[in-house]
Design a protein around this ligand. Structure first.
Ligand code: NDP
Ligand code: GDR
Length: 324
């Protein structure tokens, strides 16, 4: 039985990855941090199958202990301060978790179990300002937020540990990926949740930022398969994971509202509070390397993704209404 250690297991990706690894008969260890209110929403259904280890990405001792206890074959480092907008008001906390936290996790592996395979959750936010499109593994980085800058550090320290210590360390440069488990502040879920609430008469407007931003949006369930595939190869490497399609935030609004027969223009208000100090205008990924070398492919396209999220939000809110 293979053993995997996942940080960020209570988040969107961690929950899908844990499901995938459990299906593959892995013993799954999850690092959870202390929170004043327990947060198992995404993993409630598999909670009993996970071996929980208390730890924090900012605390090297706890990570060393997590690796010692789990003796993992594979480590997936998904934990981070992951919301770009929060990285301006909290730049130092973001750097501590999203940048230095990667070194903490790599050090814990290097010290305790250097032959473990390591996955780092890198991001298309590293590309930032458009240098070339579509963006691929060797496109130069030009991050536009403290989050993006932190992810560039996390990416290069992963490459550096591979080259310095011969560790099997991979960096997955994942473009935006979403699901019904996405946090409520990210734009897709903010929109699908609002559409469901408006449809059910629980809300009458939606305040948004920049509607012109373009993103390459995929489904998280497809993307965690790529993480696993990267660690099954003969050699460690870095891969772009994307859909190869880009859409504006306005298109997202259009699809989500029209799915419930509403016109987004009747409800959306632009609020400067949601406009960022520096924006990433266009993300569009070229994942041909992953397709050829990993044999990775998508199952869910953009429209399927948005409608799936609206449907799930409607279902969830209707249950709450009935219960109340
Ligand atoms: P989420 O925000 O849903 O999950 C983040 C996870 O990290 C949560 O489990 C959270 O725990 C945990 N975490 C945060 N800080 C700490 C800490 N100090 N110590 C331990 N755990 C911590 O993110 P996603 O699942 O969407 O993303 C997973 C990773 O992939 C992140 O690193 C993100 O930056 C990166 N990424 C995501 C993309 C996307 O489109 N989703 C694209 C590219 C990269 P808690 O539940 O306690 O808050
Ligand atoms: P992003 O995702 O910053 O790309 O980072 P987010 O969904 O927050 O924003 C996407 C785009 O939508 C625009 N936008 C708004 N965004 C939010 N959140 N709220 C709004 O009201 C709003 N209005 C317009 C944003 O300006 C932006 O252009 C995500 C995270 O998952 C990161 O962790 C990950 O690394 C990257 O994707 C790839």
């Amino acid at each position: 039985m293979k053993r995997a250690l996942i940080t960020g297991i209570t988040g969107q990706d961690g929950s899908y990855l844990a499901e995938l690894l459990l299906e593959k008969d892995y013993k799954v260890y999850g690092v959870r941090r202390r929170t004043s209110t327990p947060n198992y929403d995404n993993v409630e259904h598999i909670k009993e199958q996970i071996e929980w280890i208390d730890g924090d990405l900012g605390d090297l001792a706890s990570l060393i202990e997590a690796v010692r206890i789990s003796q993992p074959d594979e480590v997936y480092n998904l934990a981070a301060q992951s919301f770009v907008a929060t990285s301006w008001p909290q730049p130092i906390a973001t750097a501590q978790m999203t940048a230095l936290g990667v070194t903490n996790m790599l050090e814990a592996v290097r010290i305790i179990k250097p032959d473990a395979r390591f996955y780092q959750a890198s991001s298309s936010e590293m590309y930032g300002k458009v240098v070339e499109t579509p963006q691929k593994e060797n496109t130069p980085f030009y991050p536009r937020s403290p989050y993006g800058v932190s992810k560039v550090y996390g990416h290069w320290i992963t490459v550096n540990y591979r080259e310095s210590f011969n560790m099997f360390a991979c960096s997955g440069i994942l473009f935006n990926h979403e699901s019904p488990r996405r946090g409520l502040e990210f734009v897709t879920r903010k929109v699908t949740n609002a559409v469901a609430r408006i449809k059910l008469g629980l809300q009458d407007e939606l305040r948004m930022g920049n509607l012109d931003a373009k993103r390459d949006w995929g489904f998280a369930g497809d993307y965690v398969k790529a993480m696993w595939l990267m660690l099954q190869q003969d050699q460690p490497d870095d891969y772009v994971i994307s859909t190869g399609e880009t859409h504006t935030v306005e298109e997202l609004l259009e699809i989500a509202f029209s799915y419930v027969d509403l016109n987004w223009k009747d409800f959306v208000v632009i609020d400067q509070k949601f406009v960022r100090p520096a924006e990433v205008d266009l993300l569009l990924g070229d994942c041909s390397k992953a397709k050829v070398k990993l044999g990775w492919n998508l199952e869910v396209d953009f429209k399927m993704l948005v409608t799936m999220m609206v449907e799930e939000d409607l279902k969830r809110l209707k249950v709450i209404q009935v219960t109340i």
